[in-house]
Ligand binder design. Structure first.
Ligand code: SAH
Length: 350
């Protein structure tokens, strides 16, 4: 039974081909596609506008694997964290962050992560595999249901800031975005989707060329190569800040969409004048804004410590003087380990 192929792994064109070869009309494939991606049914029996025979055929030849919410925790600030079980029993996490006017889902793109950013809890989990497009879409569907149930309005925004590096699972993330935004599926606006990356220049350029109309966020955390490499080893592997900058300038040229830089300020790491100057010089070279984000300690033996407010204010002032917009983002959901960088899953397999 487990060997039956996942019907959601087939693009619409392939479903149409399979259906017509079987002597079914092409529009039947479109109906199935709509049940799968727009109405999100979990069984073939629910596809009530298909004949019993066709439903039986589908049941015998395909499966519809689905994620399950295993644990659900609600923070005292309203943030919801889900431990999500995948069909092969691996675990990822997704988070739902409400504000008065909107709800943002923070979704995972990989089980574990290969990047090894020193300040991030997910880095401690070995990368096990990429999520499939349907596993990513399912997180969004569940988040939308939870948003309606707990906050009384549908999901409004999606950020790829959960576990994993979305641009190292590029094809599946793009396919999920296509499903999330297509009229034939969820039909959400791509403008409300943010892909957050540690900065993979080649993939940033590829995404710029394909231009799915989403927003791009880059986890920068230092604009000095040695320091960035020390806390984010991916920096050196990907050719350093200059390569990143070229890719971001290319992104802007192609998409005209301003980049958001995410930036943590740590005591004794990037809390000095030199770091501030370097950031200002870096971000001035491409239309962008800066999100100064609060560090969430990930365990006791941590070598990282959030810098004082006074340093954040220095950063803000320097950015303002250079004409760059910045905001300070306070953390949400800390009491349930749902804040940025805290997604590690107590165990990765059930
Ligand atoms: N791999 C992607 C997306 C996942 S990380 C990326 O690097 O952008 C999502 C955001 O959380 C990133 O900006 C990341 O740098 C930040 N983050 C990681 N660990 C953190 C921590 N302990 N406290 C606060 N933010 C953290």
């Amino acid at each position: 039974m487990a060997d039956k192929p996942n019907i959601r792994s087939f693009p619409l064109e392939e479903l149409i081909k399979m259906f017509t070869e079987k002597g079914e009309k092409a529009f039947r494939a479109k109906q199935v596609y709509e049940w799968l991606w727009k109405k999100n049914v979990r069984t073939f029996d629910e596809m009530t506008n298909l004949s019993k025979d066709l439903r039986k055929f589908l049941e015998e030849n395909f499966s519809i694997p689905h994620i399950k919410i295993k644990h659900f925790q609600r923070s005292n600030d309203g943030t919801i964290k889900n431990a999500v079980t995948l069909p092969d029993n691996l675990l990822v996490e997704s988070v739902l962050i409400p504000t008065e006017t909107r709800t943002t889902a923070c979704v995972s793109s990989q089980v574990g992560c290969s990047l090894d950013c020193k300040f991030c809890a997910t880095a401690r989990l070995k990368r096990m595999r990429n999520l499939t497009p349907d596993e990513i879409v399912d997180q969004v569907v569940e988040a939308d249901l939870q948003s309606k149930e707990y906050y009384g309005h549908p999901l409004s925004n999606i950020v790829f800031m959960g576990m994993g590096e979305p641009l190292l699972n590029y094809e599946n993330v793009m396919s999920a975005i296509e499903k999330i935004t297509s009229d034939k599926a969820l039909g959400m606006s791509p403008k409300r989707i943010t892909v957050s990356t540690s900065g993979i220049p080649k993939m940033i350029k590829k995404m710029a060329d394909e231009n799915p109309k989403v927003k791009l966020a880059v986890s920068l955390h230092s604009a000095i190569d040695e320091i960035r490499t020390q806390i984010m080893p991916v920096n050196k592997r990907q050719g350093g800040l200059q390569e990143l900058l070229y890719a971001l300038q290319y992104w802007y040229k192609k998409t005209k969409s301003r980049i958001t830089f995410e930036y943590l300020v740590f005591k004794n790491i990037n809390d000095d004048e030199k770091s501030i100057k370097a950031l200002v010089n870096f971000v001035k070279q491409v239309p962008s804004k800066v999100n100064l984000i609060e560090y969430n300690p990930i365990d006791n033996k941590d070598t990282f410590c959030q810098a004082d407010n006074e340093i954040l204010e220095k950063y803000q002032l320097a950015l303002k003087n250079a004409g760059v917009v910045s905001t300070i983002r306070r953390s949400r959901g800390k009491d349930i380990d749902a804040a940025c960088g805290q997604l590690a899953g107590k165990m990765i397999r059930e």
